[in-house]
Each structure stands twice: as structure tokens, then as C-alpha cells.
Design a protein around this ligand. Structure first.
Ligand SMILES: [Zn+2]
Length: 329
């Protein structure tokens, strides 16, 4: 996870005299953690991680050096631990979206929003596949549409301004802020439309469920709505999601109202971007990170029992950095 350069990793391999074969993005060697005579241990040169396809060992490059050769990569290269933070996620750093001056609302909907309880396919999708209870569906006013158009402006003078945003075959989740309807998340239920999640153009994206949140309690924060649904139903009602993996200006303002945030990011590059943004822009409280089990992409794929266990193992952000790097192991 540390952004040692490819050259630095190769330098360590050279110093240690490790035998193996270099591909464009990895170095393959015999696994030092099991009795391996066909090379099955891969050092990822771009992500600093190592994985064995024989025994499934996953380890940071730094820790592997320490475990097997007695010196960490950092020691081999003469780098100090306190430089660690500066190496993190430099490349994935992304600025927040441009400033949104005013709150925009949903002003009109042409077409029908329908009752999900009257459609067996959609109801089953929500209940079985998405694990939503009837109460949750009712509480958040979830409907579906075969077709609708949102925020069509008949009074606009320019032809282009008249057009709203069209939603076909989507589950519709209303988004409120300050008790007003500011957005709709439209999730494709056919599972073959793009984008999978659609919002009307020029709408405000606050933190989901913001009006009901208690600033004095820990906030459980995740990326997508369906992951939020699991947190809300099984972990804490003081949960929210950002409906994406990048914070906007309004969301940065809102997260800073909380004294403690427990972030459950996706287990992918988007999740890393969000962790990085939270580290940069959430300055008013303590940030905890929940690591999902290895191989699990998001909360939606996670068993509730495992999710709860991961949450109880949450780490303060700085401690996570150090553990991931394997510095003191
Ligand atoms: Zn192995």
C-alpha cells in the first residue's frame, strides 16, 4: 500500500539477491512462506503488495522483507518511518467537485413512481438480493419507475434547458436535505443499464439521511445507498452514504459536524480515494476505518456477522496506515 516506486522495490530485490522473473507489473518468485518449487509468489510492483497463488499468503512487500530477510524494505533503502505518510496515495489524490453555491431541489416529475410491493420481481430483488426489509422500504419511500423524467423545465427559453433527466426501469430513492426533496437516486433493476446509478442533472447531493443524524454519536459512513441500507438495518441508525466515492463541497461541510466517523469504504481503488479524501478534508473529529474481509468488495457482499466483526476491529486511520505497511511487525 505504500507508494514505494517500482524502482525502489526492484532495488530491494536486487540488494537481497532474490531470484525470480520480472513481468511488466510484477516480480514472480518461489514463495518464501511455503515449500514452493514452482514460482507462485507475486510481488506487485505498482501496489507494494505480495500474494502467493499456492498458499494464499498476502503480505506487504515491506513485511515480507522483514519476515524472510530480517530487514524491512524501508530499512534496506535507508528510509525513515516518519516519511511514510507522505508516500501514501499521492497519485490517487483528487480535489473535491467544484463548489455548489445553492441547494437545488426536485421541482417536477413527469411519469409514474410505482409501489414496489405491487411488483413481485422488484419486491423480490429488493428483499432477497438487496436484503431490504418492508419497513426500510416504507421508511425511505422507495418506489420504482418504468419511465419518468425529472426536472423538466417548461418555462425555460432555450430548448436545451427544457429537458429533464430520463429514468427507465429504475428503483427510485428520494433524497432529502433540510426536509426538502433535493435529489433522486435511480438504480437500474434490470442489471444491464449504464450508469447503474443515475441522478437528475444539476441536483444537490447531501449526505443521505442527514436530517435524522445525531452529530454527537459516531457516524457510520459508506459509499453507496445499498451498503448504507445494510448499515442502517443492522449496525446503527446513525448511518449515511455519500452516493459515490468522492465528497463534494457540501458533503465536506456536513461530515465536519461529526466528532467521530467510522468509514466503511469499498475494498477497491474507489474506496482508497474516499479514505484519502476523508483524511484530507475531515478535520473536526476522529476517523476510523473498517477493513472488509479480504476478497469482499463491499458491504453488500458481506455476511452481517462478518461485517459486525470487521466493525468491532475498526482502526484509527493512522494505525491502519502503519499496520498495512507492516512496519512494526
Ligand atoms: Zn505460498
Amino acid at each position: 500500500m505504500i507508494n514505494l516506486t517500482k524502482e525502489q522495490i526492484l532495488q530491494c530485490i536486487n540488494i537481497l539477491g532474490i531470484k525470480g522473473r520480472k513481468n511488466s507489473n510484477s516480480f514472480i518468485m518461489c514463495c518464501p512462506y511455503h515449500n514452493d518449487d514452482t514460482p507462485s509468489f507475486s510481488i506487485k510492483l505498482d501496489s507494494f503488495y505480495c500474494k502467493c497463488f499456492g498458499c494464499s499468503k498476502t503480505v506487504s512487500f515491506n513485511k515480507m522483507c522483514k519476515d524472510i530477510y530480517g530487514k524491512s524494505a524501508y530499512e534496506l533503502l535507508g528510509l525513515k518511518n516518519d516519511k511514510l505518510v507522505n508516500y501514501f496515495f499521492k497519485q490517487s489524490f483528487i480535489k473535491p467537485e467544484k463548489k455548489q453555491e445553492e441547494i437545488r431541489y426536485i421541482t417536477n416529475i413527469k411519469g409514474k413512481l410505482l409501489d414496489v410491493f405491487s411488483n413481485d420481481n422488484i419486491y423480490t430483488h429488493l428483499k432477497e438480493y438487496r436484503r431490504l426489509t418492508d419497513n426500510f422500504i416504507k421508511e425511505f419511500g422507495i418506489t420504482y419507475t418504468n419511465f419518468c423524467e425529472i426536472n423538466r423545465d417548461e418555462k425555460a427559453i432555450e430548448q436545451d434547458d427544457i429537458k429533464g433527466t430520463k429514468f427507465f426501469h429504475r428503483i427510485m430513492i428520494p433524497v432529502y436535505y433540510q426536509n426538502k426533496l433535493v435529489n433522486y437516486e435511480g438504480r437500474d433493476y434490470t442489471l444491464n443499464q449504464k450508469p447503474k446509478v443515475l441522478y437528475p442533472k444539476n441536483t444537490t447531493k447531501p449526505l443521505f439521511n442527514f436530517d435524522n443524524l445525531d452529530f454527537n454519536k459516531p457516524l457510520y459512513l459508506t459509499e453507496g445507498f445499498m451498503d448504507f441500507a445494510i448499515l442502517y438495518q443492522h449496525v446503527s441508525k446513525n448511518s449515511s452514504c455519500i452516493m459515490g466515492n468522492q465528497l463534494n463541497e457540501l458533503q465536506i461541510k456536513l461530515v465536519n459536524k461529526f466528532k467521530q466517523i467510522i468509514l466503511v469504504p469499498d475494498n477497491d481503488d474507489g474506496g482508497k480515494v474516499l479514505i484519502n479524501q476523508m483524511d484530507e478534508y475531515y478535520t473536526e473529529g476522529d476517523l476510523y476505518i473498517v477493513d472488509l474481509p479480504y476478497g469482499i468488495k463491499d458491504i453488500g457482499e458481506c455476511e452481517i456477522k462478518n461485517l459486525k466483526e470487521c466493525i468491532s476491529n475498526k482502526k484509527v486511520y493512522m494505525k491502519k496506515l502503519i499496520d498495512d505497511a507492516g512496519l512494526f511487525k
